[in-house]
Design a protein around this ligand. Structure first.
Ligand SMILES: Cc1cc2nc3c(=O)[nH]c(=O)nc-3n(C[C@H](O)[C@H](O)[C@H](O)COP(=O)(O)OP(=O)(O)OC[C@H]3O[C@@H](n4cnc5c(N)ncnc54)[C@H](O)[C@@H]3O)c2cc1C
Length: 485
């Protein structure tokens, strides 16, 4: 089939009778319910967007020739990397970078997974069947343009023992086998996009201990698989709100769900890892983290650019040219430029693996996983500081349309330099929805944790990924100068 349209995406959601709970309600049609409809429509618009910007977003499937989303591409040249990058930028613009888990996020991971079946198979080929299943699944993902959610993190039960996993009897694990497949039981967090996904994937995140073989499972299954349940967080969607009043909440709540596997049978052809801890712990060798960080940094850059534009417009609307505000706007510009620099350099330093697959430079992008979770909350703080009480003196659409109120609003709630009350309210409402609404609060949490915490990422950068050669050489050079000045 290749790249789907928005209408085809929505039709697919209606067909899959998933078990999605929001508040006390099991929602049957996620495309129609007031708490979920806005997100479904925005994602449908992103499916349409890939056709609208086909030159950037689509490429010809190497085997079928069908137009396919670029996030499924296994890049085989520098041109492929650049092409894919342009498509990712276009896709991120569909939600101003606010939706973190548009399907391209997972597509990128699986294109890396499928590019390295030997990692899934193990050095001695002992998991050939799993490797074959991963490759077949990725082909289906690309050809049917599947929307995929995922869970890689074990739920917190008791932080004193969670790291060992074994024994907590909560994290998903294999509990049996049938003729049809493995039986899994347990939970994982946190399936962003769950109501809007066709399938869900479970695959390795953090390493697990050698004696945790039952927990070393990886697979992907349709959302309507019996026993699979998603408990969504409270909706941030502002059902029924006029989009003028809640411009972001009414559109971009992608949802997050606690994922329960209640004795779920995973068919054999969907099992990627079945009890092999060494293979489970080796997934970084596929290069998936580079793809993941590429997609998420592109998405973050769009959000930062949007935030910079928003904060600048806010200041203009209230004639705020103070040194304090100007400095904060400059700080936002720094975050934009530094993020753009990282992406540009990662492409410039793109490299070819021995098998001909190309990657952006992962070392250049790695620090973004530590810094963006710190910068994003600061961005929200700057918008709050620039906005002050103006974030709340924002007439609603209904107030603006009220014939008795309107003249008073025009007289007393306009902006600087002739800015109309409508223009001012639209921008400050947008800003409050960005930082102060339920969606804004969820966005704060997302940016802090969606690629694990900044603290953990900084520790991993220092202990595992950073090349210290030059730093050590400089230090040793200095130390050796004692005798020579
Ligand atoms: C909105 C949202 C959406 C998400 N979507 C998904 C999804 O779609 N799929 C998925 O699989 N997961 C998802 N996650 C889960 C996410 O991957 C985890 O929340 C993340 O890995 C952090 O794990 P944790 O919540 O257990 O926190 P922890 O890592 O335990 O961190 C909790 C606190 O402890 C601190 N901390 C932890 N470890 C260390 C350390 N070694 N040193 C110092 N401090 C430390 C952290 O800084 C933090 O303050 C999502 C999370 C959020 C909030």
């Amino acid at each position: 089939m290749g790249a789907r349209t928005g209408a085809q995406f929505l039709e697919g959601l209606r067909r899959t009778k998933r078990e999605i709970w929001v508040d006390g309600e099991r929602i049957v049609d996620v495309t129609a319910h007031p708490k979920l409809r806005g997100g479904a429509e925005s994602l449908a618009a992103i499916f349409d967007r890939q056709h609208e910007f086909a030159a950037d977003c689509l490429f010809a499937d190497p085997e079928t020739g069908a137009p396919t989303n670029v996030s499924h591409m296994i890049p085989r040249s520098r041109e492929d990397l650049l092409r894919r990058h342009a498509g990712l930028v276009r896709l991120s613009e569909g939600s101003m970078g606010i939706m973190g888990r548009t399907p391209d996020y997972m597509n990128m991971k699986f294109s890396a997974f499928a590019s390295a079946p030997e990692v899934w198979a193990g050095a001695d080929g002992r998991n050939e069947r799993g490797a074959h299943n991963v490759v077949a699944f990725q082909r289906r993902l690309a050809r049917d343009d599947v929307s995929l959610t995922h869970t890689i993190i074990q739920p917190t039960v008791d932080k004193r023992t969670d790291a060992r996993i074994v024994g907590n009897k909560v994290t998903i694990r294999k509990v049996g086998e049938t003729a049809d497949g493995i039986v899994v039981r347990g939970a994982r967090v946190l399936a962003t996009l769950a109501p809007y996904a066709d399938e869900t994937a479970v695959y390795p995140g953090q390493p697990i201990p050698p004696d945790a073989a039952d927990y070393a499972v990886s697979f992907a299954i349709p959302l309507d698989t019996p026993g699979l349940k998603f408990l969504c967080r409270d909706s941030a969607a502002a059902p029924g709100a006029d989009p003028f009043d809640k411009p972001l909440s009414s559109r971009f709540d992608e949802q997050d769900a606690f994922c329960i596997f209640d004795d779920v049978v995973v068919p054999w052809d969907r099992v990627f890892i079945d009890g092999d801890v060494a293979i489970y712990n080796s997934m970084r060798a596929t290069g998936y983290a580079i793809h993941m960080t590429t997609q998420s940094t592109v998405r973050a850059l769009t959000k930062l650019e949007f935030a910079y534009g928003l904060a600048t417009r806010m200041a203009e609307l209230i004639g705020d040219h103070s040194p304090a505000t100007t400095e904060m706007l400059g700080e936002l510009a720094c975050y934009v430029r530094l993020t753009a620099n990282a992406l540009e350099l990662s492409l410039e330093k793109g490299w070819e693996r021995a098998d001909g697959v190309w990657f952006p430079d992962g070392a250049v992008l790695e620090p973004m996983r530590s810094m963006l979770p710190v910068w994003m909350p600061r961005v929200a703080e700057i918008i709050t500081l620039v906005g002050s009480h103006n974030l709340l003196t924002t007439p609603s659409r209904a107030q603006l349309d009220d014939p008795a109120l309107r003249p008073l609003i025009d007289e007393m709630l306009h902006g600087a330099d002739g800015a109309t009350a409508d223009a001012r309210a639209a921008v400050f409402r947008l800003a409050w929805d960005f930082v102060g609404s339920t969606l804004g609060g969820r966005g704060f949490l997302y940016e802090r944790f969606y690629l694990t915490s900044a603290a953990r990422n900084k520790q991993m950068l220092h202990t595992r990924f950073f090349d210290r050669t030059r730093s050590q050489a400089l230090l040793d050079d200095m130390l050796s100068r004692d005798a020579r000045r």
